[in-house]
Design a protein around this ligand. Structure first.
Ligand SMILES: [Zn+2]
Length: 385
């Protein structure tokens, strides 16, 4: 558990109070309905609102999903998510923060193409956001399939991925603890070592931000990952609760709002080279004069990293749920300092609750650590499939 989680909660509550004032809610677009219509190519999604909506739509693979981010909206009182239909297996809220509402459509076929169109109302009517989904209907012949696989495999073998595992806390900072006997810092270091060994056996380059019981500053952990050329950063923690019946695994990625703030901070930095690694520099030319560096390029780098973090978090939750109990709403969003890099995707996992009997026994069990670590390896492999 991280101590500044509570600060985040306070800020969130404060923001909720502010935004629910009349002044603010007048600016929000009200979403009254989302419809799914089957069409021969796949599906058409129609989002109805009373004002223009700022939106962003993107797709994720394995499993196939469509993510629709809607900015500054509220839902009408009688709003409910549409029932599953055609290629749409499930519709769910991916997140709720006050700026962005994320809706995730789980699909039963891979997406080939997405088209969006925002239609203006003819007098008095609702505005409609059309999202047209075209799915891959043609089944690839085995021959093409094989060819594709070989290509991907050879691509993978050429490049060894670098995974940074970050055991939380350490040294003078024990993290959360149970009756002073069991400390988070020890649990997460044990698990990180098990995970490291398994990943190395699978061909990854793996580094731990700490191998021993030692205090390391949060910024130094991020800096370490940047220097090692991280492809993925996983911070490992264990949770605690005042209620001893609360249990389960959860994973955090950076919230959109925090991401925007970080991008802004970097855009104002004199020496941006101290933040970006070579990987994060795609599309950003730091050798040119400062004025030429477009802020949006910096934002894009953050967005890329954040999108990959979101995707990996979803894959991880899917794999872990086969073996471990999940916390309610297992994929969450926060502003943890170790998640703020534009260079690589990063997630923070809470393995379970040290304050719950069942979770605590699991956290201490070598066997459980090994089983859970296997699920992490599966998720990482799937992420690079
Ligand atoms: Zn922690």
């Amino acid at each position: 558990m991280l101590s500044y989680k509570n600060i985040f909660k306070v800020v969130l509550v404060l923001f909720t109070v502010l935004t629910s004032s009349n002044l603010f809610s007048r600016e929000l677009s009200e979403i009254s309905k989302i419809r799914i219509i089957n069409i021969s190519e796949g599906a058409r999604l129609i989002v109805e609102s009373d004002k223009p909506i700022k939106y962003e739509v993107f797709s994720l693979k394995n499993p196939s999903r469509l993510v629709v981010d809607l900015a500054k909206i509220k839902f009408s009182d009688d709003f409910s998510l549409p029932p599953n239909k055609g290629i749409v297996k499930e519709v769910r809220f991916g997140s709720f923060n006050n700026d962005i509402s994320r809706i995730v459509f789980d699909l039963n076929k891979p997406l080939k193409n997405i088209k969006t169109k925002l239609l203006k109302p003819s007098s008095g009517k609702k505005r409609m956001l059309y999202i047209e989904l075209e799915v891959n209907k043609v089944i690839l012949s085995t021959k093409t399939d094989n060819k594709k696989k070989t290509f991907q495999q050879s691509k993978l073998s050429k490049k060894r991925r670098t995974i940074i595992i970050d055991p939380g806390h350490g040294g003078k900072d024990p993290g959360t603890s149970y009756q002073g006997k069991l400390n988070e810092k020890d649990i997460v270091l044990n698990f990180s070592k098990v995970l490291k060994e398994k990943l190395i056996n699978d061909g990854y380059r793996v580094f731990l931000t700490r191998e021993i019981d030692k205090f390391i500053k949060l910024n130094d952990r991020v800096e370490f990952a940047r220097k090692k050329g991280a492809d993925l950063f996983i911070s490992i923690h264990a949770d605690a609760s005042k209620k001893d019946n609360v249990r389960g695994f959860s994973v955090y990625t950076l919230s959109e709002k925090k991401m925007d703030k970080e991008a802004e901070k970097v855009a104002n930095l004199e020496n941006k080279g101290s933040v970006f690694s070579r990987k994060g520099l795609i599309g950003i030319n730091l050798t040119q004069s400062r004025n030429i560096i477009e802020d949006w390029q910096i934002k894009q780098a953050f967005k890329r990293a954040n999108r990959s973090s979101f995707e990996f978090a979803e894959i991880l939750v899917n794999n872990v749920k086969k073996k471990s109990k999940l916390l309610n709403r297992p994929h969450r969003y926060a502003g943890f300092a170790v998640l703020k890099s534009p260079n690589y995707p990063s997630v923070l996992v809470e393995l379970g609750f040290i304050t719950n009997n069942k979770d605590r026994n699991n956290l201490r069990s070598k066997n459980w650590q090994s089983i859970l670590a296997n699920k992490f390896v599966d998720a990482i492999n799937e992420n690079y499939k």
